[in-house]
Ligand binder design. Sequence first.
Ligand code: JBB
Length: 254
Amino acid sequence: MRFDVFTLFPEPFNPYLETSILQRARASGLVEVALHDIRSFTTDRHHVTDDMPYGGGGGMVMKPEPLFAAVESVLGSPPACPVVLLTPQGRIFNQQRALQLVLEPRIALVCGRYEGFDERIREHLATEELSIGDYVLTGGELPALVVIDAVARLIPGVLGDPDGAMDDSHASGLLEYPQYTRPAEFRGWPVPEVLLSGDHGRIARWRREQALLRTRQKRPDLLDRARLTPKDLKFLAGLEPGAGEPSPDQDREA
Ligand code: JBB
């Protein structure tokens, strides 16, 4: 699978792309990331990529010409692959969208800077807008890396373990159960006895119940869409009423 990234700042991508899983995936040819510097597609003497907004007001706007030239010269016109604009105006990226995007052989990721995009970029170049969450960022580069990372992990063979991706919390729809490693007691804090019991049936049941409990506690919104067995439902139904404490940032899901 190939990602074509369009950015004014290609350099900061490399350190992360050269790390661990992504590096191995690229070395084995499962993932290809091509970085394209939008500035190199300017045609004016000063390589300008932004300009003042029509109608006045503060901030600078990303000019359309260099970006259209970059995307069209790399992907053709019109591009045959999804052209994803990373922007706070996009739908929130999630595991479900990652599972759909991994089916594409090629994806273009467009990273903005300044205070916004000329609207014609949204209307006539992007096929989709994605956000990674509700906070203010300096540019679309970190969101693009997030999308690359989440999607690349889903390509068969990228993770060592063939069904490793299915173990991840968002794949199952529940949060992870608590995990421990040695020592069995640290500063007087013991590992739960069940995990030392060697009783694999009991351990599996405990882990599932812990995953259900903490999902209800921390992210009750996820329970609606989790695939739950009749046994899971019975377990949840037997709990004291009242879901999780509302946490300060739990203005999720309206
Ligand atoms: C940036 C992603 C875009 O599309 C917008 C917008 C607003 C402010 C800045 C930018 C371009 S840089 S930050 C996160 C892209 O509304």
